[in-house]
Design a protein around this ligand. Structure first.
Ligand code: SF4
Length: 353
């Protein structure tokens, strides 16, 4: 069933969204059957907005982010949907429909992608500056000399000294490599950057630096960001809105304050309840019972029902629809959150048990 409310998922900044994902589906053909890793996602990202995508491992968030740039590898394929990017000053781009040459021209210039573990993808035998120059020249950022001259400033924008340009990757710490990759992703001043698990494998101090770097880039360059991570602390520190994914779909979208203070969906409540707190009253971590289901065999109805502490008879039979749920504690100026759960009526009132 098509849910009309999803296509207009509101963004924090309002107006025409920069990116619109409509009914995106990514399936993997395996010997054991079809795995529906991403199964009808609808989302928007506003201009200058940082959207976080949260969820456990295996919920489909990395597949979703790679599909936005058609980087899904066989046996995966994009089974349907539409992704539209609206860069400032040019016609909308149908990212799933354009030919390969157009898509290559869009990458880096309008939309850059920092895949998981990308700091290990730096070429170990090339100086940092030469790796920048190759990318920039290939994507039409001017001559080799112009690209070379621009590198120190790009590095300074992510808090690195300009002399890092002359270094080899083995001379850099993990955090420095990650910031080099982020600087490279900004080299052509894209409208949108997607970062998949940008702080994974970094120690907490370096994580903080990377988070600050990404936040500063939004302020300085006006770039929009999609941050994909299972780490709820990163969402709390960096993003404006959080989209929570479960079993290949979005189950809740909301302003970051609302998601952390008043999570609605029982799955979101479980994610928030499993974060250890420092200070304040001592509470027992609640967590989420069981484990994520297989994408080859999603449960019927609400896919969370086998693990949900509040499941009702209807939950096994009918998939819930993502609907706006107003929250009187969230400022009226902010768009209402969306929740896919039978506990809520269309007016946002939680149903009595
Ligand atoms: Fe739980 Fe039912 Fe809501 Fe699903 S629809 S999250 S099973 S209460």
């Amino acid at each position: 069933m098509v849910n009309p409310s999803l296509a207009t998922t509101p963004s924090r900044t309002g107006g025409t969204p920069l990116l619109e994902i409509d009914d995106l589906r990514v399936y993997y053909q395996t010997v054991a059957g079809v795995a529906r890793a991403v199964d009808g996602v609808r989302l928007t990202v506003g201009r200058g907005e940082i959207l976080g995508i949260a969820g456990e491992s295996g919920c489909g968030k990395s597949t979703l982010s790679s599909a936005l740039l058609r980087l899904v590898r066989p046996p995966g394929h994009i089974a349907g949907g539409r992704v539209t990017l609206r860069p400032a000053g040019r016609d909308p781009i149908d990212l799933l429909g354009v030919d390969d040459a157009t898509l290559r021209a869009v990458r880096w210039r309008h939309l850059s992608y920092i895949p998981q573990g990308s700091m290990n993808s730096l070429n170990p035998v090339m100086r940092v500056v030469d790796q920048f120059v190759d990318v920039m020249v290939e994507h039409g950022a001017g001559s080799r000399q112009e690209a070379r001259d621009a590198v120190p400033e790009l590095l300074r924008q992510v808090g690195l000294d300009g002399h890092v340009a002359r270094m080899f990757p083995h001379e850099l710490s993990g955090g420095m490599k990650q910031r080099v990759i982020i600087a490279m992703a900004t080299a052509l001043k894209p409208d949108l950057m997607i970062a998949d698990e940008p702080t994974t494998a970094l120690d907490v101090n370096v994580q903080r630096v990377v988070i600050q770097t990404l936040g500063d880039l939004r302020e300085r360059l006006g770039v929009s960001l999609i941050i994909v991570t299972h780490d709820m602390a990163v969402h709390a520190e960096l993003v404006d809105r959080v989209a929570v994914m479960y079993a290949g779909n979005i189950v809740e979208v909301g302003d970051v304050t609302q998601i952390f203070k008043r999570p609605r969906h029982p799955y979101t409540q479980g994610l928030i309840g499993s974060i250890p707190r420092v200070g304040g009253e001592r509470t027992r971590l609640s967590g989420i019972a069981g484990s994520a289901p297989s994408p080859r065999n999603w449960p019927s109805g609400c896919r969370f029902h086998p693990r949900c502490p509040r499941a009702m008879p209807i939950c096994q039979a009918e998939p819930p629809i993502l609907l706006p749920v107003a929250d009187p504690l969230v400022a009226a100026a902010k768009p209402p959150g969306l929740v896919a759960c039978h506990l809520y009526t269309a007016s946002g009132t939680e149903q009595p048990r």
